[in-house]
Design a protein. Structure first.
Length: 118
């Protein structure tokens, strides 16, 4: 197990407080809050200034209020790599994981597969 994997696991367990189970041999499986997977086109013109999220796939943890949510982890030393940004589909920010990757957090402002409009 590399150092970054240990650090990422500790981050999800100790900072974000996600519940986990050991699936044998130290393979932690974390329970997640609501999340969505976005699979986006590569046409930057469709994304109106959100070019950092163009193309590929991205996992977004969801919350009811981004501003309130970033305060708790922020106080624990979480590095947010994107200022809170209003988009036409929600309020977005991103955080850096100890291993160097980013994790997106957003507040939906459109229908969601988890909370359909209706």
């Amino acid at each position: 197990m590399t150092i970054s994997v240990r650090e990422d696991r500790a981050f999800f367990r100790d900072v974000l407080k996600f519940p986990s189970v050991d699936a044998a041999g130290g393979r932690l499986i974390f329970g997640l809050p609501p999340a969505e997977l976005g699979i986006h086109p590569t046409d930057e013109a469709q994304w109106k200034g959100s070019e950092a999220l163009v193309g590929g796939h991205h996992v977004y943890l969801m919350c009811a209020n981004v501003e309130a949510t970033v305060k708790e982890p922020g106080a624990k030393g979480v590095e947010f790599t994107r200022l809170v940004q209003d988009t036409d589909w929600g309020v977005l920010t991103s955080m850096r994981l100890p291993g160097g990757s980013e994790l997106h957090l957003y507040q939906p402002e459109r229908s969601s597969p988890l909370q359909p409009a209706g």
